[in-house]
Write a protein that binds this ligand. Structure first.
Ligand SMILES: Nc1ncnc2c1ncn2[C@@H]1O[C@H](COP(=O)(O)OP(=O)(O)OP(=O)(O)O)[C@@H](O)[C@H]1O
Ligand SMILES: [Mg+2]
Length: 237
C-alpha cells in the first residue's frame, strides 16, 4: 500500500520587495509516497527552489503546512526543525557544496558529527556510502581532486549519511554535462531502488526529469494538475 511520506496543504509563500508582493508559491497541495522518485519541473522563477527549501525546513511558508512522516513541521520551533533537517532530510545542491579542505570520506562523515554514532562507526558508514555511489577508490581525495560528477556523488553519499526519509535535490545535474547528469539521475534511481529512500529532484531539464518515476509541474508558483510518468519503474516496476 502507498504510504504518504510528505504532504503539503495549501502551501503559500509570498515575498515582499519594495512594497511589491511576489507569490512564489500559491496553494500548493502535494503528496509524495514513501519510496517514490519524483521530479518537479518548471521554468526559471516558477518557485521550485522556494518549494524545496520549505519542504527541507530551510525556509518557512507564509501560510499552509508541510507534513513530513506525519509531523506538521510548520508547527515546530527552531530546535525541532533542525532535528528534522538532520534526521529526516538529505540535501543535494547544484553546486555540490562540499567542504574543500576535507577529503571525500570526511565530507560524508560530516552530517554524523553531531550524532551519537561513535567515530569508528561513522568512518565505516561513510566508507559503505562511498562504495554505494561507486567511489571507494576516491575516499582520500579532496573535492578539487575529483571530477564534477564524482563531487556530486560524494554529495549524494553525504546526503544519505543520517539515513534520511527523503532526499531533496535542487538542480543536481545543473553543473554537469548531460551525460554525467544522466549518470547522476540513474545513480539516484539505483539508490532509490536499493535502499528505498524517497527522492525529490527539482529540475528544468525535461530529459533529467524523464529519468524519474513521476513528474510534477510548477508554473508561476502553482502546481499543475497534469502529471507525467517517467521511465524509472521503481521497486514495484
Ligand atoms: N528571497 C527572496 N526575496 C524575494 N523574492 C524572491 C526570493 N527568493 C525567490 N524570490 C522570487 O520568487 C520566485 C520563485 O523563485 P525560485 O528561486 O523559487 O524559482 P526557481 O523555480 O527555483 O527558478 P530557477 O529555475 O531559476 O532556479 C521568483 O520570482 C523569485 O524572483
Ligand atoms: Mg531554483
Amino acid at each position: 500500500m502507498n504510504e504518504v511520506v510528505l504532504k503539503t496543504v495549501n502551501l503559500t509563500k509570498v515575498y515582499e520587495r519594495g512594497g511589491k508582493k511576489i507569490h512564489a508559491l500559491s496553494d500548493v497541495n502535494l503528496q509524495i509516497n514513501r519510496g517514490d522518485y519524483v521530479a518537479i519541473m518548471g521554468p526559471s522563477g516558477s518557485g521550485k527552489t522556494t518549494l524545496l527549501n520549505i519542504l527541507g525546513c530551510l525556509d518557512k511558508p507564509t501560510s499552509g503546512s508541510v507534513i513530513i512522516d506525519g509531523t506538521d513541521v510548520t508547527k515546530l520551533d527552531e530546535k525541532g526543525l533542525s532535528e528534522i533537517r538532520r534526521n529526516k532530510i538529505g540535501f543535494v545542491f547544484q553546486a555540490f557544496n562540499l567542504i574543500p579542505i576535507l577529503s571525500a570520506i570526511e565530507n560524508v562523515e560530516l552530517p554524523m558529527e553531531c550524532t551519537k554514532i561513535p567515530k569508528y562507526e561513522r568512518r565505516k558508514r561513510a566508507r559503505q556510502l562511498l562504495n554505494l555511489v561507486g567511489l571507494s577508490g576516491r575516499a582520500e581525495h579532496r573535492p578539487h581532486e575529483l571530477s564534477a560528477g564524482e563531487q556530486q556523488r560524494v554529495a549524494i553519499a553525504r546526503a544519505l549519511a543520517n539515513k534520511p526519509s527523503i532526499i531533496l535535490a535542487d538542480e543536481p545535474t545543473g553543473n554537469l554535462d548531460s551525460k554525467t547528469g544522466e549518470h547522476i539521475m540513474k545513480l539516484l534511481g539505483l539508490l532509490n531502488y536499493k535502499i528505498g529512500t524517497t527522492i525529490i529532484v527539482v529540475t528544468h531539464d525535461q530529459k533529467m526529469a524523464s529519468l524519474t518515476g513521476r513528474i510534477l509541474f510548477l508554473e508561476d508558483g502553482k502546481l499543475l494538475k497534469k502529471e507525467k510518468k517517467g521511465t524509472y519503474l521503481g521497486r514495484k516496476g
